[in-house]
Design a protein around this ligand. Structure first.
Ligand SMILES: [Zn+2]
Length: 623
């Protein structure tokens, strides 16, 4: 097929003038992309991309180095093999490979199309250290499953990201596509093929496709049609198993969000991986405007799978607010091969993660205690990252050292930053305004097609809110001063406190207080660097002590088991004698076992707080 450069340049002009997207001239110039999912060879599929004619001598073709939402460098070009550039007679043109993701064709005016084979990421993820995060990865499993995160399959020609794409897919008859890409039934080259259309390259990347045997459920929530499509390699789960929990959860999210302008259609593409095989092992999800790809282990029991889906999908769905609606120019005009990072990860990921927890307490899916427990877990997890690192500096440099290893703190401290801001807003507005109000205001002002300037966002938010918000940003988000969370808890009549909770003698729930040294005669010792219970503390035992004798019996893993069994019938008065080895020395202790308790941190309501403070707490958690 031969097309003309003139038409392509016209279409760019029309875009710049803000003309409608469905103009015939633009469609005519679409880059025709074909993917063959039937003739799979060695776990690879062939892709061909047929653009219009070029007027330049040099044409550069690229596969993304990184994609929005991943905040990592993944070089999808390394999964492309046997690249060919062909002229209009089908002869090979010479090309040079510029880097892992880019190919330069020198006889550009003669270039008809490029063709290459694509390998997938899922079955090699456990062999490489820098594996692609599975929800952004790809799967090619002949006749069974194809996870088409299209940035792994479809590239772009330099300067032609804003042209339309017609994507034609030859697929096995019994597999169906789940995607929010617009269907082009009338453009099918053959009844066995699927045909899709995207207005620009960003849209190609924003709409993944999963092919699998039909295993889908759809439901309506306040004007949104949600489709859950599930791939379960060993047929363990059906989409119907998860439907009612997802429906409840997303209904609650929609109620929480209120009248936020959102999509009419939302797809959840759930890939369950078989952990006993070389298969996807990066669990979680990646957001898109109208869908999300979720990867979780098939081995999870239904209870844990449901909870993981609630936590993961609610997070991805809230990305509709940010960055999908509220975002900076860096994201709107995303450079897939030389990305500029925005300084606002505190919002893109932090606000999203905060909302994914806040809506659950506001909509009564969890109790107040469970909400506080989650906040404390985040404070605990945040302590593993650099607390003296400016969040904005980290965000702008997230692909570099030493910032990259701190990325996951956006889900911990990032969420806590939002909690503090939420409490400040509630306090200053007498409970009327919070972070959700702020995000709604920002999405009214900006929105999917209007990005903000990265440098002015803080000033704009401060202008819309209070000087206290300015102080907080300067000190704790732009600045690198760690946050004293107790100050914010106090504003809503809460405090963190150490309290004693019952536990077991040798186990805290499922978690043992001891460990086995397999290198050293499998001796059993008390775990180090953990908070011990009162049983060990009262007997003055320490982490690292090796059990040698208990109640006259020599101890190894086998002889310890019956003693653990007996311990369930011990009373506080039961006396135990033990000999442990510490630094080569034998130490004997004896005493009553007592009632074992452990020290835990809790967020608890303060006593005697005034009505105003109580109202503030209610506004924060219940409004
Ligand atoms: Zn996220």
């Amino acid at each position: 097929m031969r097309k003309y450069f003139l038409i392509i340049s016209c279409s760019i002009l029309l875009y710049a003038c803000g003309a409608g997207k469905q103009l015939v001239s633009i469609e005519k110039s679409a880059v025709i992309t074909s993917i063959d999912l039937v003739n799979v060879v060695d776990d690879k599929v062939q892709v061909s991309m047929d653009p219009g004619a070029f007027s330049t001598e040099t044409v550069i073709f690229r596969i993304p180095k990184t994609v929005p939402g991943t905040y990592s460098t993944d070089n999808y070009g390394k999964y492309v093999q046997d690249f060919e550039a062909l002229d209009y007679k089908g002869n090979a043109l010479s090309f040079t490979k510029l880097d892992e993701n880019s190919w330069s064709v020198s006889n550009g005016t003669q270039l008809d199309k490029v063709r290459y084979w694509v390998n997938d990421t899922y079955d090699t993820e456990n062999e490489v250290d820098d594996a692609v995060f599975s929800p952004a990865g790809t799967n090619i499993e002949k006749d069974s499953n194809f996870m088409l995160n299209l940035h792994g399959f479809v590239g772009y020609f330099d300067g032609f990201k804003e042209v339309p794409y017609a994507i034609q897919i030859k697929k096995p008859a019994d597999l169906i596509a789940t995607t929010t890409l617009s269907d082009q039934i009338d453009r099918k080259p053959d009844p066995l093929w699927d045909a899709f259309f995207a207005n620009r390259y960003f849209e190609v990347i924003d709409n993944p496709i999963m092919y699998a045997k039909p295993n889908t459920e759809s439901f309506e929530i306040n004007g949104i049609t949600v489709t859950l499509s599930l791939f379960s390699p060993n047929d363990v789960y059906k989409a119907s198993d998860l439907k009612s929990r997802m429906l409840n959860m997303m209904e609650a999210q929609k109620k929480f969000l209120g009248e936020v302008d959102s999509t009419k259609e939302y797809n959840i593409l759930l890939y369950l991986s078989d952990v006993n095989k070389p298969d996807a092992h990066g669990f979680g999800a990646l957001e898109h405007h109208t869908s999300t790809v979720v990867v979780l282990p098939e081995a999870m029991d239904i209870g844990r799978l449901e909870q993981a889906m609630v936590d993961v999908v609610s997070h991805e769905f809230f990305h509709i607010v940010t960055p999908l609606s509220v975002h900076s120019k860096e994201i709107q005009y995303f450079d897939f091969n030389d990305p500029q990072m925005s300084q606002h990860l505190w919002m893109y990921e932090g606000t999203t993660e905060y909302f994914a927890n806040l809506f659950q307490i506001q909509q009564e899916l969890i109790t107040e205690d469970e909400f506080y427990e989650r906040i404390l877990t985040k404070i605990g997890n945040a302590s593993f990252y650099d607390d003296n690192m400016s969040f904005t500096v980290m965000s702008e440099n997230i692909l570099e050292q030493p910032y990259e290893p701190n990325y996951a703190n956006v889900y911990e401290k990032g969420a806590l930053i939002n909690m503090c801001l939420d409490i400040i807003l509630r306090e200053e507005s007498n409970g009327q305004k919070g972070m959700l109000w702020l995000m709604k205001e920002l999405s009214k002002k900006y929105g999917t097609d209007v990005p903000f300037e990265d440098e002015v966002l803080f000033d704009e938010i401060v202008a819309m809110t209070y000087p206290e918000v300015d102080t907080f940003f300067k000190k704790h988000v732009i600045g690198n001063t760690p946050i004293d969370y107790d100050l914010y808890f106090e504003k809503v009549g809460l405090a963190t406190k150490d309290v004693q909770e019952p536990t077991g003698y040798f186990f805290d729930g499922q978690v043992p207080y001891m460990d086995v040294d397999v290198q050293n005669d499998s001796v059993v010792f008390i775990r180090e660097n953990i908070e011990l219970n009162s049983f060990f503390n009262d007997l003055r035992l320490q982490g690292g002590d090796i059990f040698r004798v208990i109640n006259g019996k020599e101890i190894n893993l086998e002889t310890l088991r019956p003693i653990i069994g007996e311990s369930f019938s011990w009373t506080p008065e039961t006396v135990v004698s033990m000999t442990v080895e510490r630094d080569g020395e034998m130490i004997s202790v004896e005493g009553p076992v007592g009632k074992p308790v452990k020290k835990v941190k809790k967020i608890v309501p303060l006593e005697n707080v005034d009505q105003k403070t109580l109202n503030l707490r209610n506004a924060w958690l219940k409004d």
